[in-house]
Design a binder for this molecule. Structure first.
Ligand code: ATP
Length: 221
């Protein structure tokens, strides 16, 4: 295979933070990827609606990766109608990049519940999975996820470069205990999440008033 793998990091990114960005950089460098795409989902099928709008979440990613060529925003899920199924996203990337290995990057917390995803086994037709071991998160794997891991695990990184799809490679990056929910919590309490996410993103969140306590209205007083 001549082409280096392209990494795909999906998520709600509500908002994007340094945990996501540092993870994507680690992947791009440690796994020698061509680039890593951050793919915000429009309507996550497995959790509640995000607080920020699709446009805001995409804008913050665009701002966050603007000076780093190895990271990119891919907003195809926001442009598609219906639920954001990863299997469809990967199939459309595969059609655009027929000769490029694709690596879907996901935390162990997400992989643990993979069998609940729409047509999850077809994901391996289009992509490898890079499983991010997160010591901060203790996730019990669904038995079918465990079975897939046992059947598809590879320990040689080169396999991700030599084949297009179908394998699972586990990687343990230095942990960064940052989450979007913690950032939303801090903002909701009127506290600052500064340094957990890029300053330009935080500035825009503050300007837009997202996640922050709303001033009491006359009716609620
Ligand atoms: P929330 O707190 O709202 O659940 P989150 O911060 O976990 O959000 P997501 O958009 O749900 O962010 O995550 C997208 C992907 O990034 C998932 O695969 C998740 O495991 C991974 N991820 C998120 N935060 C980190 C982190 N600090 N270190 C490594 N991976 C992370």
């Amino acid at each position: 295979m001549n082409n280096r793998p392209v990494g795909v990091l999906g998520g709600t990114f509500d908002p994007v933070h340094n945990g996501h960005l540092r993870l994507a950089m680690e992947m791009a460098t440690a796994l020698d990827m061509e680039h890593v795409r951050l793919v915000p989902c429009a309507r996550p099928p497995h959790r509640g609606a995000p607080t920020a709008s699709p446009g805001q979440r995409a804008k913050w990613i665009r701002v966050a990766v603007s000076t780093e060529p190895r990271l990119r925003l891919d907003d195809r899920e926001l442009l598609r109608d219906g639920p954001s199924y990863t299997v469809d996203t990967l199939a459309s990337m595969r059609a655009e990049m027929p000769d490029t290995p694709l690596c879907l990057i996901m935390g162990r917390d997400v992989f643990a519940k993979l069998p609940q995803w729409h047509e999850w086994e077809r994901i391996f037709d289009s992509a490898h999975i890079v499983l991010i071991d997160r010591p901060d998160i203790d996730a019990q794997l669904d038995p079918k996820a465990l079975e897939a891991l046992e059947q598809r695990a590879v320990s040689d990184l080169q396999v991700l470069h030599d084949t297009l799809a179908g394998h699972i490679y586990t990687y343990t990056p230095p942990p960064l205990a940052i989450s979007a929910s913690y950032i939303r919590e801090l903002l909701g309490e009127g506290q600052s999440p500064r340094y957990l996410l890029p300053t330009a993103v935080l500035d825009d969140i503050m300007d837009a008033g997202v996640y922050q306590p709303q001033p009491a209205t006359a009716a609620s007083q």
